[in-house]
Design a protein. Structure first.
Length: 373
């Protein structure tokens, strides 16, 4: 469907790229963004003025991308840097429980575990955690439910709508981690009704590492008083008054220091590329690839860790030795990754049905390393 875009991703000339769950493919558009940054640094008479323009431009574009308002977006350097200011500002006095799946990305588990020192009590749910599992665990003592939209380990998709409904009914907040989904289909944080949303640019948003976004629902922003802060998080950034702490009334109050300007320049064209391609079209393309791949693996009786009904983007197949299998695929020209006993096959707009068939052929020739039914 996106054949015309493939030449814009140089690595696709030499490799079959099924690695977007780790890092999206580098594009000419992103290279152009790097060049623009270099030129601005080299030639601008007022570089910080230009860079602050790009930074606000990115905030507006990302806000539109997830149907939020720009003031609800903080630009940060990692998902962790977005979650920490919220976790460290919550009081665990009235409500001390944090309920999450054991399949959260490690940083999420670790950030909330660190809050045990401030009174948080962490409850991990066994995987796969259905909405019923959350319903049984969330109660009037629950402060927050950190929730991964798509598991990085097996592509399992959480029932965000139902879990959020249950959490809110019981007065708990929901913090959605969209890192393994955002960029593959439309995201509407208002329709999802979550309180916080975090994602980074390096995977399906096709940007670099070192840049992430935190969304905070408007009504919550000023009720949360960050204890992790910076000069860039103040109401008037250019007041330059070390004796005054006056956090911005926008989500910017959760930001760290000087923004990651080079990364911002790279992320802007990547977001434009995705928006121009159309998130609905991207979602339906990914679904076709994921379903075809899953079906092919099923015909070979390879065990899948991902539920059969998956629409992608991540399909994980069980291997007897996943790192060895990933190494064999690398030798055959693929870019893939493995986690624990799973080999991860991740699909994005630049992948084609030929990529899917090539991956299936490679599996067929290496069945000795795959777990079969
Ligand atoms: C689901 C998920 N959350 C978070 C992260 C990364 O967090 P951070 O940006 O803090 O490194 C990743 C991947 O690296 C991820 O897959």
């Amino acid at each position: 469907m996106f054949e015309e875009l493939r030449p814009q991703f140089p690595i696709l000339r030499n490799r079959i790229y099924l690695y977007s769950c780790s890092q999206g493919a580098f594009s000419d558009a992103v290279e152009e963004g790097m060049n623009r940054y270099r030129e601005s640094w080299r030639t601008s008479a007022d570089p910080w003025q230009d860079w602050m323009g790009a930074y606000e431009d990115l905030r507006r574009k990302f806000a539109a991308f997830i149907n939020a308002a720009p003031e609800e977006i903080a630009i940060v350097t990692s998902a962790s840097a977005g979650i920490n200011p919220i976790a460290s500002a919550l009081s665990f006095r009235q409500r001390d429980k944090v309920v999450m799946s054991e399949h959260e990305f490690p940083t999420v588990g670790q950030i909330w575990l660190a809050q045990q020192a401030r009174g948080a009590k962490i409850r991990f749910l066994d995987h796969p955690a259905t909405a019923e599992c959350y319903a049984a665990a969330i109660d009037e003592r629950t402060a927050i439910v950190p929730l991964t939209q798509v598991s990085y380990l097996d592509g399992f998709r959480a029932d965000v709508g139902e879990i959020t409904r249950i959490a809110h009914q019981r007065g708990a907040l929901v913090f959605l981690d969209g890192f393994q989904d955002c960029g593959t289909r439309p995201v509407d944080v208002k329709a999802l009704d979550v309180d916080f949303f975090v994602t980074g640019t390096l995977k399906y948003l096709l940007g670099p590492a070192g840049l992430a976004f935190l969304y905070v629902r408007r009504e919550l922003i000023e009720k949360i008083h960050p204890v992790v802060t910076s000069w860039m998080a103040q109401r008037d950034v250019f007041a330059f008054d070390a004796k005054r702490l006056d956090p911005a009334p926008e989500a910017r109050r959760f930001e760290g220091g000087s923004p990651p300007v080079p990364n911002i320049y790279m992320a802007l064209p990547a977001l434009d590329l995705l928006s121009r391609a159309g998130l609905d079209r991207i979602a339906s393309h990914i679904e076709t690839l994921a379903r075809t791949f899953h079906e092919g693996a099923r015909e070979m009786r390879i065990q899948s860790k991902t539920p059969r009904a998956s629409v992608g983007p991540l399909i994980v197949l069980r291997s007897k030795d996943a790192p060895a299998m990933a190494a064999r695929l690398t030798e055959r020209g693929f870019v893939v990754s493995s986690r624990r006993d799973g080999v991860r096959f991740s699909f994005h707009l630049y992948n084609s049905l030929e990529d899917v068939h090539a991956a299936l052929r490679a599996l067929e020739n290496n069945l000795d390393l795959m777990e079969r039914e």
